[in-house]
Design a protein around this ligand. Structure first.
Ligand code: F6R
Length: 639
């Protein structure tokens, strides 16, 4: 039972000096209703663990007090702690799962943070830049701060503001007005047993509205098992949740406009569904994800209707340059988009790492179309790149998988991919759907600008509509790839080669292997081999080669067949991904992976799949955590 005592039921109320932490990526959950808050919050955190898995914590309101437990490491550590020392039952609570940026993943640095009296608990996603000044002021006013953390400052400020207002939402607004930086906050106060308050700046915060209950979370996945009715909060808004009401205001207390929506996937989409890992499930879902992303965007005559692209056709006709910005796997999709956009629209297109983009003073104006690709819609580098582009007058089109996330909200238009929730940290189905969206945008630009005839568009659209079936076939033939991966588990290095759109595919294959198998993996443009990388080739070194179709640009095909011979002559063990029936590669392949025939530009949609399976199996064979690779988190909301 919770005594009305001032000390928190917190396993780490004291922590060392100087451990200033900055929490930038994490998952947040809040609940008020009739169920056990602990059960709802912990289940929600499980669904959000992909956002960070360095530490986790919960706080519940019960018996007039507040109880909290937090633990370093994965959520399972917190669950164990809760079994060993159960918290009292309550129906209002909050929780947090953390990805550490600054400040180690310790019990002390885990959230929630409490005020000295243990009456306020707060979880936080972001950085409070002026926390040092606020902390000094709190100390002058007699507060005893146990740590150097910015989040603890918020707990104290909230306690102070509540004691003068007696209103948790007003207290949150007062505090937010004092804070600088990025802060998404969720808090509870022991005096308000049926209230959870939240504030959003920058990182996402979504409300779930149920019958006599309400939820707050970084992602709808946290509450999808309870309700599919959601409210998207905007920048600089404060929300007060009670069992029967949700009230949203701006930081000044003015009622705010919010967007209500129905989540169009259900809880099963966010579960493993019989697979050992989310990644395996998500690889298997790719045919459907591709089909869903095409759905409703092509009319009976084969013309494209991208209703979401709200940029007027007259503006698109004036565009004289396209710039694609993205990070990681999404950047590889952007590299492939460049080939399609230039080929189909004859517009110059640059693809740039979002993290580099704004630092090189790019040349942009109102005739530039910037395409920002992001699964999560939260990647900070991509967000900063698009903000920079808009400041220069460019129009920004987002390609995104997460409804209502920051990147589409801040763009002029958005084309959503319909991959459904991607939970595994390594991106798979999102990548394929990003490619589909890029092809659609390229064709749409061609259609709008008249550089593509209707029958040409119809041909590509027909070829795209065959992709789900082709990916299905690839997936059915993956057992030899898995066996090969297992046989290579002891290797230290794998290289990947490709040409044209096969080059970004090679980069993607290498990235998957690095992040999942923790192996040294490099992707090269095969034409660059002789300019240096060929020196890496040694006896039995596995080299995966992505071979373009022999039917399309045969010169590309001839050149890569020569590259395979060159590396094999130097001892490489060649693993060749080639189109069914491509006999020319057979004599030089130590291992052959056949993929269905696809036009050159679309080949990445089928060629990437074996590389995903390969990396996943190698990771498993090496005993690695497939869904949650070390040091990574799903959404990189820090620059
Ligand atoms: C790799 C991977 C990352 C993301 C990158 C961008 O498997 O998932 O490289 O692609 O962090 O993330 P989004 O697409 O959310 O912007």
């Amino acid at each position: 039972m919770i005594p009305a005592a001032p000390r928190p039921f917190c396993d780490d109320a004291k922590r060392g000096e100087g451990d200033h932490e900055r929490i930038i990526m994490c998952g947040i959950v809040g609940y008020v209703g009739g169920q056990s808050a602990l059960d709802v919050v912990v289940a929600g955190l499980k669904r959000l663990e992909y956002r960070g898995y360095d530490s986790a914590g919960v706080a519940v309101l019960a018996d007039g007090g507040l109880a909290s437990t937090k633990k370093a490491g994965k959520l399972v550590n917190l669950e164990k702690a809760l079994v060993e020392q159960p918290l009292p039952a309550g129906t209002t609570g909050i929780g947090h799962t953390r990805w550490a940026t600054h400040g180690g993943p310790t019990d002390a640095n885990a959230h929630p943070h409490l005020d000295n009296a243990g009456r306020v608990a707060v979880v936080h996603n972001g950085i409070i830049e002026n926390f040092a000044g606020l902390r000094a002021e709190l100390a002058e006013r007699g507060h005893d701060l146990a740590s150097e953390t910015d989040t603890e400052v918020v707990a104290h400020l909230l306690a102070e503001a509540y004691s003068s207002t007696g209103d948790p939402a007003e207290a949150m607004r007062q505090v937010c007005r004092q804070l600088e930086g990025a802060f998404t906050l969720v808090a509870v106060h022991a005096d308000e047993p049926d209230v959870v308050v939240g504030a959003r700046r920058n990182s996402p915060l979504v409300v779930g509205v149920g019958e006599g209950e309400a939820f707050l979370a970084s992602d709808v996945a946290a509450f999808i098992a309870h309700t599919r009715s959601a409210i998207e909060l905007g920048q600089d808004q404060v929300v007060e949740l009670r069992r029967e009401s949700v009230t949203v205001t701006d930081f000044d207390g003015q009622p705010a406009e919010v967007r209500k929506y129905h989540v169009d996937w259900d809880a099963s989409a966010a579960e493993k569904g019989g697979y050992d890992y989310f990644m395996l499930k998500e690889i298997a879902e790719q045919p459907k994800a591709v089909a869903d992303t095409l759905l409703g965007r092509i009319d009976g005559s084969g013309a494209l209707h991208l209703d979401e692209v709200r940029i007027a056709p007259s503006v698109l006709r004036e565009v004289d340059k396209v710039v694609v910005v993205a990070c990681g796997t999404a950047y590889h999709a952007g590299m492939i988009a460049k080939y399609a956009i230039e080929h189909w629209t004859r517009l110059p297109c640059e693809t740039e790492l979002a993290s580099e983009f704004r630092y090189r003073d790019p040349i942009l104006d109102q005739r530039t179309l910037v395409i920002a690709i992001s699964q999560s819609g939260e990647t900070m580098d991509t967000l900063m790149a698009l903000r920079h582009a808009r400041e220069q007058g460019a129009k920004v089109l987002a390609i995104c998988n997460t409804n209502g996330s920051t990147i589409p909200r801040e763009s002029d238009a958005v084309l959503y991919t319909h991959a459904g929730p991607e939970v595994a940290v390594a991106s798979t189905k999102a990548f394929l759907t990003q490619l589909v969206a890029c092809y659609l945008v390229a064709l749409y630009l061609g259609q709008t600008r008249g550089t593509k005839w209707g029958d040409e568009i119809r041909t590509v659209v027909r070829q795209l509509s065959e992709v789900p079936g082709q990916v299905e076939r690839v997936l059915e033939t993956m057992e030899p790839v898995r066996a090969l991966a297992r046989s290579l588990a002891h290797k230290n290095t794998v290289l990947f080669l490709g040409r044209h759109v096969g080059y970004p595919v090679a980069l993607e294959g290498a990235l998957k292997l690095k992040e999942l198998a923790y192996m040294h993996a490099e992707g090269f443009a095969a034409g660059e081999l002789k300019h240096g990388p060929i020196a890496l080739i040694e006896d039995d070194l596995p080299v995966v080669v992505v071979v373009p179709s022999p039917r399309g640009r045969s010169v590309l095909h001839e050149k890569i067949v020569s590259n395979i011979q060159e590396i094999r002559a130097r001892g490489a063990r060649t693993i060749v991904i080639a189109e069914e029936g491509d006999e020319a590669v057979v004599p030089y392949a130590d291992h052959l992976i056949w993929i269905p025939a696809a036009p050159t530009l679309l080949q990445p949609l089928v060629a990437t799949v074996p590389l995903q399976v390969f990396a996943c199996e190698l990771a498993t064979a090496r005993g690695n955590e497939v869904d949650q690779p070390r040091n990574l988190a799903k959404s990189v909301t820090v620059e």
